[in-house]
Write a new protein. Structure first.
Length: 180
């Protein structure tokens, strides 16, 4: 969810079953950061994975819970942030993913959201999309108040720099066959 839909961990964990419309492939995210709400369209593969999860996880409605959480433990209680952080750290360790010695933090859950944003930008570069039009859409999708909130999610990666460089070359040398 964090990578596939670009959600914050808290947004994903606050989703209720009624907020996840798998038929229309839309998530309803309510009262999030900056007190914003938004509809988040999701892709077919994420919708299929969520459908499998929903099928495997029997909905258990607790007496004091008016609308059950989408992500629940085996006992039916809502998954808490610390639980996925511990699981993510365990998975990261098992996969042998460590931070370079010059970095301050190990990869974090929140980095999945930033990776989503960078990969979306790379895909748009490859499609030849107009980024001046698309970047405000990405900001809205991520739930940011303005574009500057999205800029922090777009670190310059080798792949992103390569795509931007290709775009600039096509702009700087129109009419030349740059692939030859």
């Amino acid at each position: 969810m964090l990578y596939g839909a670009g959600l914050r961990a808290g947004e994903a964990l606050r989703l209720r079953r009624c907020d996840v419309n798998l038929q229309d492939r839309v998530l309803s995210v309510w009262n999030t950061k900056f007190f914003k709400s938004r509809l988040v369209p999701i892709g077919a593969s994420l919708a299929a994975a969520l459908a499998r999860y929903a099928q495997e996880r029997r909905p258990v409605r607790l007496p004091d819970e008016p609308s059950p959480s989408f992500f629940t433990t085996r006992t039916g209680t809502a998954v808490r942030l610390w639980q996925i952080e511990v699981g993510f750290a365990r998975l990261r360790k098992r996969a042998g993913i460590r931070r370079p010695s010059v970095e301050r933090w190990h990869p974090r859950l929140h980095d999945l959201r930033a990776t989503f944003a960078v990969h979306r930008l790379i895909a748009w570069y490859r499609e030849g999309a107009d980024l001046q039009i698309r970047l405000p859409l990405l900001a809205t999708y991520l739930g940011h108040v303005n574009l500057s909130g999205t800029q922090g999610y777009l670190p310059m990666t080798h792949e992103l720099l390569a795509e931007a460089s290709c775009r600039f070359e096509r702009y700087a040398r129109p009419g030349e066959d740059l692939d030859a």
